[in-house]
Design a protein around this ligand. Structure first.
Ligand SMILES: Cc1cc2nc3c(=O)[nH]c(=O)nc-3n(C[C@H](O)[C@H](O)[C@H](O)COP(=O)(O)O)c2cc1C
Length: 196
């Protein structure tokens, strides 16, 4: 399968980078054709601004967005790897979504005003990490707040219903052994999500 990995973390020594390496090597080992988009390395402009609106409303897609669209359309599967920042995606990733997942490209509305997803990817996988422990998220009833915006609000809305999701909790506070176990889990999820 052709798989686009969208990776968002500014620190190459981060645990998220270790997840990226684990996922990338697993996908390559299974024979998939992959492209990695490192959103801090590419420095993709992360603000949908007035200039973008003027161009898009005038029927022109800005060139940097067109390049992203080519990669998104090339892929049959999508992978997102990012840390939870303020109970959401880092602004760099959120801005990538704001600017690329445009009406007419990623979704549209029916004449009755109902949204319809336009993306045809077979599968997506989302792996995220938190600083807070799972018990905190359970007690505060906030677990779904970190899953749904990406899995349902973005990917589901754009037509991708088959989304594998994993949150690794309390990453900075657990032992190295636990983190190693998390990387093994990430590999296993990658294998099962993109098997066959
Ligand atoms: C700007 C910022 C905001 C953060 N917000 C949250 C948050 O809302 N919830 C949480 O559990 N952890 C939060 N964290 C902690 C990170 O999620 C955690 O350090 C990260 O997932 C660990 O992975 P890493 O080593 O790859 O960065 C935040 C960290 C930063 C830098």
């Amino acid at each position: 399968m052709k798989i686009l990995i969208v990776y968002t973390h500014p620190n190459p020594a981060s645990f998220n980078h270790a997840i990226l390496e684990a996922v990338e090597s697993t996908l390559k080992g299974s024979g998939h054709d992959i492209r990695v988009k490192d959103l801090y390395q590419t420095g993709f402009k992360n603000v949908l601004d007035g200039g973008d609106f003027t161009q898009i409303m005038g029927g022109t897609i800005p060139d940097d967005i067109k390049e992203e669209h080519e990669d998104i359309l090339w892929a049959e599967g999508l992978v997102f790897i990012y840390p939870v920042w303020w109970i959401d995606r880092p602004a760099q990733l959120k801005g990538w979504i704001d600017r690329t997942m445009l009406q007419g490209f990623a979704f549209d509305y029916s004449p009755e005003g109902m949204p319809t997803g336009l993306l045809k990817h077979q599968k997506a996988m989302v792996i995220t990490t938190t600083g807070g422990p799972e018990e905190f998220y359970d007690q505060a009833q906030m677990k779904d707040m970190i899953r749904r915006p990406m899995c349902d609000g973005t990917l589901g809305f754009c037509g991708i219903q088959d989304v594998a999701y994993k949150a690794f909790f309390a990453v900075p506070h657990v032992t190295d052994d636990v983190r190693k176990g998390m990387l093994e889990e990430a590999k296993e999820l990658t294998r099962t999500t993109f098997a066959g």
